[in-house]
Design a protein around this ligand. Structure first.
Ligand SMILES: *Cc1c(COP(=O)(O)O)cnc(C)c1O
Length: 356
């Protein structure tokens, strides 16, 4: 049976990226060696790294003055590296979910943290508005897509201080005005590649402003001076990112990807909104195009397990909602085909008919 992979992360990747990565493991570009057994300082890997950075810059239209580096440690290590490198006295954070909270926790080790807005009061079902970003903060940190709750900041905001964004789960899902950000980062394993690599887009101007001493591996300056090659980078994971970037380019770039994402998300949100038994959990204006969360209406709550079982028989994988939200979450990242979303919607309709 065809599987429809709605996993939240690690998650679906373009089939072609997986196939080409498998080929590179067996024999990289016909050189007679596996991608897994070449030096990260070889010209073969340097070519891979250069193309990955160049494509990343091209697809996101990254202006001069920014570097793209690939590191280990996940987005979670960035939660600590960001304040280590940039927080002199005070930083501002927007609290929109568990990942934002984890970033806030790390920042508190280094200085004063001003949580300017929070949606914790309603289980992070919306994005706060009307907050003020203090002009004397060293930076303002946001999480553009809240993977667990299914809310998203889908525009590039103005900030009076350097803006830093965790884009782990919506990178490359839409065009971004990178010039509005001082740094964009994320784990690759949701929209870009396999687990094990973290992308960091950093404005060079941000470096060297804090007074504290920073351990070598935790300093961005280390990784921009010898781009992604201070130590051994996650070679294999970077290669698969390259294959995903090539796939995005072959489709016509992030503008095309965005149109595909809107079409997929509309299909599912329309099904939720017109349903008698399902209901969305996020404020409509803040709905994510990447993680679509819904539950059963109160009078049908006892049918949730039944739908989960039914969906399983239709090949649906990974639609169980995060335990802090319950219900269902369909992660419809870039690589998710329209047909899989259609299959989920068909299953919802069929189940609804059986239920009513
Ligand atoms: C998954 C996720 C993280 C955590 O990423 P790791 O690479 O596992 O550290 C952080 N932020 C967001 C928005 C995520 O979706």
């Amino acid at each position: 049976m065809k599987k429809h992979n709605f996993n939240a992360g690690p998650s679906i990747l373009p089939r072609i990226a997986i196939e080409n990565s498998a080929k590179a493991i067996l024999d990289l570009n016909g050189i007679g060696l596996s991608l897994l057994e070449i030096s990260h300082r070889s010209k073969d890997f340097q070519a891979i790294l250069d193309e990955t950075v160049a494509l990343f810059k091209e697809l996101l239209n990254i202006p001069a003055g920014y570097q793209v580096v690939f590191l280990g440690g996940g987005a979670s290590l960035q939660f600590c590296m960001i304040p280590y490198n940039f927080l002199n006295k005070k930083a501002a954070y927007l609290e929109t979910g568990v990942w934002a909270q984890k970033a806030i926790k790390e920042a508190k080790f280094f200085g004063e943290v001003n949580v300017v807005g929070s949606s914790a009061d309603k289980n992070f079902s919306y994005i706060p508005t009307g907050y003020e970003i203090p002009g004397d903060a060293d930076y303002f940190h946001i999480t553009t897509n809240n993977t667990i709750y299914g809310s998203e900041i889908r525009y590039d905001m103005d900030s009076p201080v350097p803006l830093i964004a965790d884009m782990s789960s919506d990178i490359l899902s839409r065009p971004v005005d990178v010039s509005k950000y001082a740094m964009i980062y994320g784990g690759a394993q949701k929209n870009l590649g396999p687990a094990g690599v973290t992308f960091v887009i950093i404005k060079e101007e941000m470096l060297g402003k804090v007074e504290r001493k920073i351990p070598t591996m935790l300093s961005y300056a280390t990784h921009t001076k010898e781009p992604s090659l201070y130590n051994t980078p996650p070679v294999f994971a970077i290669y698969t990112c390259l294959e995903t970037l090539r796939w995005i380019k072959s489709l016509g770039g992030v503008k095309t990807i965005e149109a595909m994402n809107i079409r997929k998300a509309n299909l599912l949100y329309d099904a939720i909104d017109s349903s008698k038994i399902f209901v969305g959990t996020v404020a409509k204006e803040n709905r994510s195009l990447m993680n679509i969360c819904f539950v059963m209406k109160d009078q049908y709550k006892d049918k949730e397990d039944g739908f989960m079982e039914f969906a399983k028989t239709k090949g649906m994988i990974g639609i169980k909602g995060h335990r802090s939200v319950g219900g269902f979450r369909a992660s419809v990242y870039n690589a998710m085909p329209f047909e899989s979303v259609q299959a989920l919607v068909d299953a919802m309709h069929e189940f609804e008919k059986m239920t009513l």
